[in-house]
Design a protein around this ligand. Sequence first.
Ligand code: AR6
Length: 178
Amino acid sequence: MEIKINKGILSLVEGDITKQDTEAVVNAANKSLRGGGGVDGAIHRAGGPRILEECLKIGGCETGEAVITAGGNLKAKYVIHTVGPIYRDGLYDEAKLLRNAYQNSLKLASSKGIKSIAFPSISTGAYGYPLEDAAEIALKTTIVYLQTHTEIGLIRVVLFVQKTYEVYGKVLKRLLES
Ligand code: AR6
């Protein structure tokens, strides 16, 4: 599913983020930046040791912030590592922190002149964020970014599991109708 927003494209695909040919891919990392499971593990495995070396030099990343490393052996030239919130009950600023994770990744991409970027569904695996709520935040934030920044031409949201892809598609349709 693909929609044009201002000068850019927002696209939803079912797939593996490590295979994307966008200039940057975003990693749903943790604050230590030392790797982990899920999409983080997959990116480090596919990208090779250079990514971890750079992460260790950076040292860490706060929740909602973003840092950048090379893409190593990935097709993507860069990996933007961001840390989504661990979901508790919604009363710990989770929504704002998740929005910050998307927004700060996009700002960092813009500042590096990156024109195409792929995101996973941040915080909806190990970190337990309710999927529909997370999808709404992810999509609203990326839509507003494309509306207000013309320097990024493509934001691709890459959903690993069919069910996740379907939920994102449903939420996007709802947002476009409202
Ligand atoms: N490509 C795209 N999406 C993927 C891939 C992939 N190759 N593999 C998994 N996903 P998670 P989080 C999806 O747990 O919730 C790590 O250990 C997955 O289906 O990777 O932000 C970190 O080190 C889900 O929809 O990230 C942190 O400790 C989504 O990616 C912690 O997990 C996010 O799931 C971060 O948890």
